[in-house]
Design a protein around this ligand. Structure first.
Ligand code: TIU
Length: 224
């Protein structure tokens, strides 16, 4: 049995890292579809620029986990080209001509394999890192992620990515219900709506950490 690791100065209480390798960095959907003009996020009417601000912070976390040879998982939201994994209810939403599967300046919107569906270049996965395509907002829905984490002995998730109140929060709630301890990195997650980000951070750590913990990048880095 390996000794537990140090404590991250998190909110609402310190987050004690489990044995080495038990905590993975989970980077949610840092894709061109959400961060660049012409993608899914923009097609929904959002200003995508605020999301670009966290790229350097996510890079710092990736650098940290890579330097210590710790597990890294990247998720990407997208659908098969035939859209067989896209519920009609999801496909119907949004402005006609700018919906999932429609052609856009970066290829078909939110379709796996299209240029716009790829990760932003600064955060491209490296060999050995797990890439998990997902058809839903939550990373555990139809992905086999739970089994993949169990096979690697991962019990804690340090979570970054976009958007805070949609794919990040959904994934964090799914993970919490499956027994993972989750820490959301405050300055490595972003929303198109600042008030939604603030509310999400508050709600996950309220009630003694009902969904998990939050901490800043610097607070995570200083314990490694
Ligand atoms: N629209 C929005 O805020 N987010 C998504 O559709 N997906 C993710 O959050 N990745």
């Amino acid at each position: 049995m390996t000794a537990p690791g140090p404590e991250i100065a998190a909110r609402p209480s310190p987050f004690r890292l489990a044995a080495r390798g038990a905590a993975a960095l989970l980077v949610i959907d840092m894709q061109r579809d959400f961060l660049e003009p012409g993608g899914f996020g923009a097609a929904l009417g959002n200003d995508v620029r605020p999301l670009q601000r966290i790229v350097p912070e996510v890079r710092r976390l990736l650098g940290l986990f890579r330097a210590h040879d710790l597990p890294i998982i990247h998720t990407k939201e997208g659908h098969r080209p035939d859209l067989s994994d896209c519920p009609a209810s999801k496909r119907r939403r949004g402005a006609p001509g700018m919906r999932i599967g429609d052609p856009g300046p970066m290829g078909r919107i939110l379709v796996l394999g299209e240029p716009g569906n790829d990760f932003v270049s600064e955060l491209a996965p490296e060999p050995g890192e797990l890439v998990v395509p997902k058809p839903g907002k939550g990373a555990f829905y139809r992905t086999g992620l739970d089994a993949k984490l169990a096979a690697r002995g991962i019990s804690q998730l340090i979570i970054a990515g976009v958007t805070t109140e949609v794919c990040v929060q959904t994934t964090m709630r799914e993970a919490n219900d499956r027994g993972y301890e989750c820490l959301l990195v405050e300055d490595a997650t972003e929303s198109y709506f600042p008030e939604f980000k603030a509310a999400t951070l508050e709600m996950v750590r309220a009630q003694g950490g009902i969904v998990g913990w939050t901490a800043k990048v610097e607070e995570v880095i200083e314990v490694f």
